[in-house]
Every structure is written in C-alpha cells, then in structure tokens.
Design a protein around this ligand. Structure first.
Ligand code: OXD
Ligand code: MN
Length: 568
C-alpha cells in the first residue's frame, strides 16, 4: 500500500473496515460532493442516484486487455499487451493520479468468508462510489483483511477514475501476477474489480490451473411441491435475463414451486471428492440492469430496489423517484443526464444499473452462505436468438454440452459499449470475461468428463424466439419455470424427450403446459428442429472455431463432426 501511495500520491489513505457506519459516512460524503443524489421519494427508502460521465456507461471491451508473457496464452478472444509494456503505460497513468483525492483500500472476500472455495483481493481505488458499491457487492472490510493476512495470497487491484478520458482508459489483467490495473473509468464492470476482473478473468485463469471453473452463470434454487431442492447454474450473456431467472416468480399454475436465488451473475464450480459439482456465488450483491424491471416482470427485483439501493444512470420523476423505461408507473421529469425530458428520448440509459446487497433480495437462499456451495444438477446455456435455436435442448453427454456452450451466440445488448450489431458468438457467455485462450478453455471444460460420472447435465435454452413480425413466441419470465421443471425431471429420469441430431427436445406432451397461454403454432415452431438451418449453423460454428487453429482440442472438432454428420 505504501508503494501504491508513493506512486499515486493521495492526500489521505482510508482502510475500509466494512462497517455500516463507514458505509453511511462514505454515502454522506458522496452526497455532499454531488457523487450521489438522495432519491427517496414515494416508496423508495434510503436510495441514491449516481450519474456517470456520459462517455462512461458500459464495459469497454476494446480497452480491456489480458497481459500474459506469451500472447498465445491470452488467445484470439482477448486483446493482449506485453506485461512490461502494459506496466510502463499504466505506471505512467497512475503516477500522481490520486493527488487531492483519498485512496481507499478495500480488502474483500469473494465467496462466504469462511469457505475454502472463496478467494480474496484488495482493491485500491480513488473513488468513494466504488468503495460504497464494493460494500454492497462483496464481503469487504475487516473480516476479509484478517483472512488475507492469514492466507498471504490475494489478487492485487489498482483502480483510478483518472480524468474519465476515454483516450486514457485501460482495464488490464495480469493473470500470472494475480493483479489488475484499471484506469479512467468509474463504470461497475470496469471499476468494481471484484466482479468481472477478479471473479471471472483472473479467477478463470486460476481455475484452469487448479481444476475448477469460474463462470458467467447465475445459480438458482428450485424447490418442487414435494419439498425437494435442486440447483441449476445458467450462463447467459449480459442483459439476457440472468437476474430475472435467478429471482423467478412461479406462475399461478405452478403453485407449490419455490424459486430462490444463490447468485445472479457469477458461479465458481468445484468437483468434490464425491464427484458432485458444487457452486458458490462469489458475490454478495447484485449489479443489475434496471430497464424493464417492474412489478409484473419481476416483482421480487422491484421490491428489492425500493430500499438501500444505488441507481446509476436512471431518470427521475418530479417527486425524486427513480424512473426507467418499462417501470410501468410514474412519469419521468429528468433524463439520466439530469436534463429535462425531451419528447421521444429515453429517460434511463439502456445499461442503467442498480446496486443492492443480496440481503435485500426477498428470495435470497440461506444456502448462498453455505461454505461447501450447492450441488449443481444441470447447467444451461442460452442467448438471445430470434431464429433457429429451439426453446430447450439437452446435450446427449458432457462433450456435446461443451460444444453447445462453445457455439453459443446472442444478439448484442447495451452492457458493452462495443459489442456491435447482430449475432455474435459468445462461448459460455464468457467472450468478454475468459482470462485466457478459448481453445485452452474448451479443453479445460472437456477435461471434466473423465473426472466424474456425476457431472451436471447440460442444456441449451432460448427464451427469445420471434415470429416474422418480431413478436416473442414464448412468454418468458415466470413461465420459464416450465422449462426448468422439464430439465429437472430429465435429471431425475422422470421426463421423456425426442432424440434429434442437435440434442434431445421435449415434445409438447413432455412439458407442463397447464394454463399456459400460447398458440399451437408458436409452440410447434419453438419445439421444431430446422434441419437445413442447423446445417448452415454448423458451418458457421466451424468457421468460428477455426480461428483457434491447432490449439483447439480435437475432441471438440470430433464432436462438431458428429453432429454435422447426424444432420446429414
Ligand atoms: C454485468 C455484465 O454487469 O455482464 O454483469 O455486463
Ligand atoms: Mn454479467
């Protein structure tokens, strides 16, 4: 810390202890200097609004680097810079950057504080907004510091908002040194280093070395009417409904089912000595996408946002309530930049976010605090696909499931400033987050098969099929539980499926459709396999995989060839 302070020259150093008093004092300071605006109008209690610099509203994938000694280790899926060059560049930027500012030292623990599966880090930052967000998102402060002192090993993260100049903005990872440098952005995914930088990019690297998985996955607990609890992990790209799925509200027709959240964004998965894969959620809070959240789509999330939440880049009503598109009540007076609303413009930024502690979630599962994690029965992969991908399909085995994950694709969303338009391949929803070469990552995934005969079953789902006029064919939200029910019934050998070249699909009679309002044609089309379309899709997957060259595991190519052959 002394070394960092010598380089960055802060006026003062503050070691965060994680107490409620500290949180309140940091918030009060932010309110004084305009970094947070109290917005406790109407139903909202102890909530705040942060307006970020308009150039700094999303992750910046083109400025995010993995700096490994050998470029090939970062792979074609990452931007790369040589570590010494990156350090020279970043040391230059950090030099004196905290003059006139406070340097906050934030010790944090990713995962339950006493779990052997958890890992710690320290983030040094000159942003009080980052420090309060870390309070909500991680187990931070004295207890984490104690663990760090006894373990001696932790991820070293340095962050400065700099001048918020997009030309001087870099998010750099040094997996071989277990360190992170982030400069020039205050946006969550770039600045809350415990989340994407540590728990995914650095952790995925460590996980490969140590034989586990760090994944961009929600973890949900599902209790059936007989009281049996099962756990599903699901990888979806950013802004594809992970938070909603993790807090799903069962439809009236599925009375007796209960759904609780373990995590909404990241899972760390370990194989136990008994061959069971168990997962922890390394986070302790949510940094969720706001637009679209309302009482109907996600009653639990809406409740959770009314107390002790920090909003970033939403609009405001005239009585100081936060407002966003899809809130379904109230009228915005100011847009997310704080300007009076003009007709036709959006009040909230499409990537506006809420930060809230998991403790505020009315369906937070006590099992999320369990040191051993929860046993995972099934893993699901999914993206936004208007065409082709059916509602759900089951991989015939682990290897087929890895191919399904590797071939994932999704329409672009607002969570990244540069994900472009149209469909992009996003293997396991990890394109922006895998801290090493995807070819090695696929091999690492494949390597689990011989280690256990109790691995989770793998599925691919698609809630986002559209008809030719762009209407969604599947109602989504709570009704997705019907698909999860089929998946769990398959895992318990209680449901049938039709074997097809692309995987096992439910027939309409295999799904619980009681009381569901969906037309026959719509259902038929989301349960159909378009053979010609899939032949083209396999071609496109082959082209995508080709960029990983010789390093790509042969088993994945063989699996691809097997499916392509089955399609004829
Ligand atoms: C997130 C993201 O913030 O994936 O979770 O962008
Ligand atoms: Mn995410």
């Amino acid at each position: 810390m002394e070394e960092v302070a010598r380089l960055t020259r802060p006026d003062r150093v503050h070691w965060c202890d994680g107490s409620r008093e500290e949180y309140d004092a940091l918030v009060a300071g932010l309110v004084r200097d305009g970094g947070l605006i109290p917005i406790s109008g109407g139903q909202f209690e102890n909530c705040y609004l942060h307006r970020s610099d308009p150039s700094d509203v999303a992750r910046v994938e083109n400025l995010t680097f993995v700096c490994t000694a050998d470029r090939e280790d970062a792979g074609p899926n990452n931007h790369w810079m040589a570590p010494d060059e990156a350090h020279r560049l970043l040391d230059g930027l950090f030099e004196g950057c905290m003059r006139g500012r406070v340097m906050y030292v934030v010790p944090y623990c990713m995962g339950p504080i006493h779990s052997p599966l958890s890992r710690c880090g320290i983030e040094v930052t000159d942003s009080a907004y980052v420090a309060v967000n870390m309070h909500l998102m991680t187990r931070m402060g004295a207890a984490a510091l104690k663990r760090i002192e006894s373990e001696g090993r932790f991820v070293k993260g340095m962050h400065s908002t700099g001048e918020l100049d997009p030309e001087r903005r870099y998010i750099m990872h040094f997996p071989e040194e277990l360190s992170i440098r982030s400069f020039g952005s205050g946006y969550g995914g770039n600045a809350l280093l415990g989340k994407k930088c540590h728990a995914l990019r650095i952790a995925s690297w460590q996980a490969r070395q140590e034989g586990w998985l760090a994944e961009h996955m929600l973890i949900v607990e599902i209790e059936n009417p007989a009281g049996e609890k099962r756990y599903i992990a699901g990888a979806f790209p950013s802004a594809c409904g992970k938070t909603n799925l993790a807090m799903l509200i069962p439809p009236d027709e599925l009375a007796g089912w209960k759904v609780r959240t373990i995590g909404d964004d990241i899972a760390w998965l370990h194989l136990g000595d008994d061959g069971v894969m168990r997962a922890i959620n390394p986070e302790a809070g949510y940094f969720g996408v706001v637009p679209g959240t309302n009482r109907r789509t996600n009653h639990n999330a809406f409740e959770m946002l009314q107390k002790d939440a920090i909003f970033t880049n939403v609009g405001l009503t005239s009585d100081m309530e936060p407002w966003w598109e899809g809130r379904k009540s109230g009228v915005p007076a100011l847009n997310w930049k704080g300007e009076p609303m003009k007709s036709g413009e959006k009040a909230a930024h499409p990537n506006s976010r809420f930060t809230v502690s998991a403790r505020c979630n009315p369906v937070y599962s006590p099992m999320a605090e369990h040191e051993d994690g929860v046993p995972i029965s099934a893993m699901i992969f999914g993206g936004r696909r208007a065409r082709l991908a059916p509602l759900v399909m089951e991989a015939r085995d682990w290897r087929h499931g890895v191919l399904m994950g590797a071939a994932m694709a999704s329409g672009s969303t607002a969570a990244s400033s540069d994900s472009g338009k149209g469909l992009r391949r996003d293997p396991m929803a990890m394109k922006p987050f895998c801290g090493y070469n995807f070819a090695d990552y696929f091999a690492h995934w494949l390597g689990f098969a011989p280690r256990s005969d109790k691995l989770p079953r793998i599925y691919h789902v698609n809630w986002f099929r559209q008809d030719d006029s762009g209407n969604y064919l599947w109602p989504g939200f709570g009704e997705n539980l019907r698909v999860l029910q089929w998946i769990l019934d398959r895992c318990g050998k209680r449901a049938d499926a039709l074997e097809t070249p692309i995987g096992n699909l439910p027939r309409r009679e295999d799904l619980n459709l009681k009381g569901l309002n969906i037309g026959r044609e719509a259902l038929d089309s989301i349960l159909a396999v378009d053979i010609a379309g899939w032949r083209e899709e396999m071609e496109s997957i082959a082209q995508y995989l080709a960029q990983y060259g010789e390093r790509l595991p042969k088993a994945l190519l063989n699996e691809h060839a097997r499916v392509a052959r089955a399609l004829g």
